[in-house]
Design a binder for this molecule. Structure first.
Ligand SMILES: NC(=O)c1ccc[n+]([C@@H]2O[C@H](COP(=O)([O-])OP(=O)(O)OC[C@H]3O[C@@H](n4cnc5c(N)ncnc54)[C@H](O)[C@@H]3O)[C@@H](O)[C@H]2O)c1
Length: 330
């Protein structure tokens, strides 16, 4: 398939580009490199530096390339920043996605795999999360993602857009060969932060909230290896047909506490990783983990990285080899 991958130079996008190419697909990446890295994708992969806000560029690309499908990662991702500057997020994550959908409609491209998030569920009181639970997103980031889920549904009704929205849980780890990995700036994800302590780049890791109603008092999250997530995209894309609509939780279903994660990182790195306990952080949900049976049953998807040790070890391999991420000048 000829596939347009937006945001393909980002963390999850770059791993998915590799998986798509390895599965024989012809990939073109569109990324404005605001948060992505050119070096995260192979130089032989088609690449256009551009922004989804540029509708003329989109029209030219769709006219020239005759895409069969789109995998859409491009977005801003910092939940905290979205609270401070919601319009920035609504502009990029909603309006610019609408530009993309408009181009798809105009040029008759009827397949999209979309990066949604488990944050659309809001603060649920039942766990694990199933796709049927009501959504009640609380941050502008999550609300923008949910708005696009609605837009996809409406395009499905109006012009038979086929779509799969993958509601990611916590993407983690790095490519098994250690060549690509996570390099967000600023970094807000727990595993890279913990490993930066092990590398001596931070003094300590903060545990926000130790009095939650969870086994050890810290928050519970569901970590999915980025290559397993990439594989879910390939599987979702390959079965998708125009007119279909699918929504899947993309998680493993295994809850891991912040304390457990730090303990695993200590074991993997052999570093003491000092941790300090802080109060609860506004907006944090005590627990978020998936019931992932729908994606397993429908797509035959299975995570290859079942153990947290292996996920953290893959991230550690990347961070040790690239302590400054992709940018050696940093
Ligand atoms: N990382 C996670 O755990 C997680 C969890 C849930 C959902 N998601 C979603 O997955 C997607 C990818 O996340 P990531 O962690 O790889 O983020 P990332 O920031 O590493 O990647 C996003 C990419 O999109 C590009 N981009 C942003 N706006 C653009 C625009 N207007 N035009 C062109 N390119 C643009 C950036 O330069 C970057 O390369 C995002 O949509 C994010 O909301 C991520």
């Amino acid at each position: 398939m000829k596939v347009l991958v937006t945001g393909g130079c980002g963390y999850i996008g770059s791993h998915t580009v590799r998986a798509l190419v390895n599965s024989g697909h012809d990939v073109l990446v569109l990324d404005n490199l605001v948060n992505g890295h050119r070096r995260a994708i192979d130089e032989n992969v088609g690449f256009v530096a551009g922004d989804l806000e540029d509708r003329t560029l989109l029209a030219e690309l769709f006219e020239a390339e005759k895409f069969d499908a789109v995998v859409h990662f491009a977005a801003f991702i910092e939940v905290g920043e979205s609270v401070i500057d919601p319009l920035k997020f609504y502009q990029n994550n909603i309006s610019n996605t609408l530009n993309l959908l408009q181009a798809m409609q105009t040029y008759g491209v009827k397949k999209m795999v979309f990066s949604s998030t488990c944050a659309v569920y809001g603060t649920p009181d039942t766990m694990p999360l199933t796709e049927e639970l009501p959504c009640n997103p609380v941050s502008p980031y999550a609300r923008a993602k949910y708005a696009i889920e609605w837009a996809l549904e409406d395009c499905n009704t109006a012009w038979e857009l086929g779509y799969t929205a993958l509601r990611y849980f916590n993407a983690a780890g790095a490519a098994s060969d250690g060549k690509i990995g996570e390099d967000h700036s600023p970094e807000s994800h727990l595993i890279p932060i913990v490993l930066q302590v092990a590398l001596g780049q931070r003094e300590q890791v903060k545990i926000f909230g130790t009095d939650y109603d969870t086994p050890d008092g810290s928050c519970l999250r569901d970590y999915i290896h980025v290559e397993d997530l990439a594989d879910a995209h390939v599987k979702a894309l390959e079965v998708l047909a125009p007119g279909q609509k699918r929504i899947y939780n993309a998680g493993t279903g295994t809850p891991t506490s912040v304390r457990e994660l730090i303990e695993v990182a200590r074991k993997v790195t052999g570093h003491a990783i000092p941790a300090v306990e802080e109060g609860r952080r506004a907006g944090d949900v005590p627990e978020l983990y998936a019931n992932a049976s729908k994606i397993r049953d429908d797509l035959g998807w299975q995570p290859r990285y079942a153990k947290l040790e292996d996920i953290v070890a893959s991230a550690w391999k990347w961070h040790q080899a690239h302590p400054k991420g992709y940018d050696d000048r940093r």
